[in-house]
Design a protein around this ligand. Structure first.
Ligand code: UDP
Length: 235
């Protein structure tokens, strides 16, 4: 069984039906899913996106906000989400630390990888925020990067869908879910698992990426235990 995992949630996942903002029910649901992992002694790192608040590309579309500033705004959005997640976890008694890739010392710790590992060893959930700390990257890339740094056994990309399909299941009714695919398959244009930078980094470091449905109760634990979790694995 995997001992240390990194789970990536998109910002949009936190938004619920509204499509924006933060839904407390979803936060609580995620916290309960993480609690199941903690009860099994699994060390958990979390990366959350910021898409429910702002994305650099969309913010800069009108030409008023520069892309670089938009990206920093996006990174700050992930800190907002991380604090919300921290509250939800601590609300049910799970010890957490938020670390940020950009220094915001009044709000959370600054990312220090040795310190992050120490927290994990002490049983705390570490929420890595502010992405990689650099514009022009995504939180998917941040998830792979942090997972490699903390030597996680796998990255779980927790999504709204069950896994990776050979073509867009919304457009094609005969789309087939792939149980396993190679990094090179994942880099093909029509298969959108993560952005290429993220996948290339995972490939270089032989880090498995599991794509699964976060809304199926108990799914994360099943996957980590190697049981019949419903998911796709990129390796
Ligand atoms: N971002 C960035 N560098 C990073 C991670 C994120 O500049 O290392 C910015 C980027 O503008 C991105 C936004 O933060 O659009 C929110 O992250 P992302 O789009 O990955 O969130 P998600 O789609 O997972 O909600």
């Amino acid at each position: 069984m995997s001992k240390r995992v990194l789970v990536k949630f998109s910002g949009e996942a936190l938004a619920g039906g509204e499509g924006f903002g933060i839904d407390s029910e979803i936060l609580s649901f995620i916290a309960q899913e993480i609690e199941l992992l903690k009860k099994e002694g699994i060390e958990v790192g979390i990366v959350i996106g910021g898409g429910n608040i702002i994305r650099g590309v969309s913010a800069s579309e009108a030409g008023v906000i520069k892309r670089t500033s938009g990206d920093y705004m996006g990174m700050l959005a992930t800190v907002i989400n991380a604090i919300a997640m921290q509250e939800a976890l601590e609300h049910i008694g799970i010890d957490t630390r938020v670390q940020s890739a950009v220094e915001i010392k009044e709000v959370c710790e600054t990312y220090i990888y040795r310190r992050a590992i120490r927290h994990l060893q002490k049983g705390r959930v570490v929420i890595f925020s502010a992405g990689t700390g650099n514009p022009y990257f995504t939180t998917d890339t941040a998830a792979i990067l942090r997972a490699v740094e903390i030597e996680a056994d796998m990255v779980i990309k927790a999504t709204k869908v069950d896994g990776v399909y050979d073509k867009d299941p919304k457009k094609y009714s005969d789309a087939v879910m792939l149980q396993e695919l190679s990094y090179d398959d994942a880099l093909k244009d029509h298969i959108k698992v993560m952005d290429d930078t993220a996948i290339a980094l995972a490939k270089d470091n032989r880090l498995p990426i599991v794509v699964c449905n976060m809304f199926k109760r108990g799914n994360l634990l099943k996957i980590i235990k190697g049981q019949d979790g419903y998911c796709s694995i990129v390796k």
